[in-house]
Design a protein around this ligand. Structure first.
Ligand code: SF4
Length: 178
């Protein structure tokens, strides 16, 4: 699938404006999905805790995310729709989803943005000093057990290849909408 702007394939019509807004903000693709399409795999906790160099170094990664899985699950259960956002750059991913979260909040109650893997706002996280941008930092999806690849692949959103066969990077984030 091309990284060019793509159209919403699922979701209610009234979310189409948010999808278009995501594309205007720099997303290469955006999809509104039902939250029961978000795939959870508790094995991701293994990958966070062992083998990830970011463990314990970011305010947005375990064990510093403060909300435990039970608290997250209870909050997640209140959402029926989410937007999956694809960008070419990790920082863009965070910028687009947090902007969407703040704009969607005016229309849809209590949206919440999540990052793919890490906060990309600072070259080095300030941890253990206070977060420099707490109004912009959002937690990783991985740390709450979301399998992002299994979530986006059924939507046709995977890493693409250029004409030379080189993999083109794609970063994914998510906004829980309503
Ligand atoms: S904004 Fe900076 S200090 Fe705060 S979590 Fe992100 S990288 Fe760390």
């Amino acid at each position: 699938m091309s990284l060019s702007a793509s159209k919403i394939t699922t979701g209610d019509e009234h979310f189409e404006s948010l999808t278009q807004r995501a594309l205007e903000l720099g997303a290469t693709a955006a999809r509104v999905i039902r939250t029961d399409q978000v795939v959870f795999d508790p094995r991701s906790h293994f990958k966070c805790r062992f083998g990830c160099s970011r463990w314990g170094r970011y305010w947005t990664c375990p064990p510093h995310t403060i909300l435990n899985q039970d608290q997250f699950d209870k909050a997640f259960a209140h959402y029926g729709r989410a937007m999956v956002v694809q960008t070419k750059d990790a920082k863009d991913s965070q910028d687009v989803t947090v902007t969407l979260e703040k704009e969607a909040m005016l229309q849809h109650g209590c949206p919440f943005a999540m990052a793919l893997a890490l906060c990309d706002l600072c070259s080095e996280c300030a941890y253990p000093e206070p977060c420099r941008f707490p109004h912009l930092a959002r937690p990783s999806m991985d740390c709450y057990g979301i399998d992002i690849a299994a979530t986006v692949e059924p939507l046709g959103l995977q890493v693409d290849f250029d004409p030379q066969g080189e993999a083109m990077p794609a970063f994914y984030s998510m906004v829980l909408l309503d």
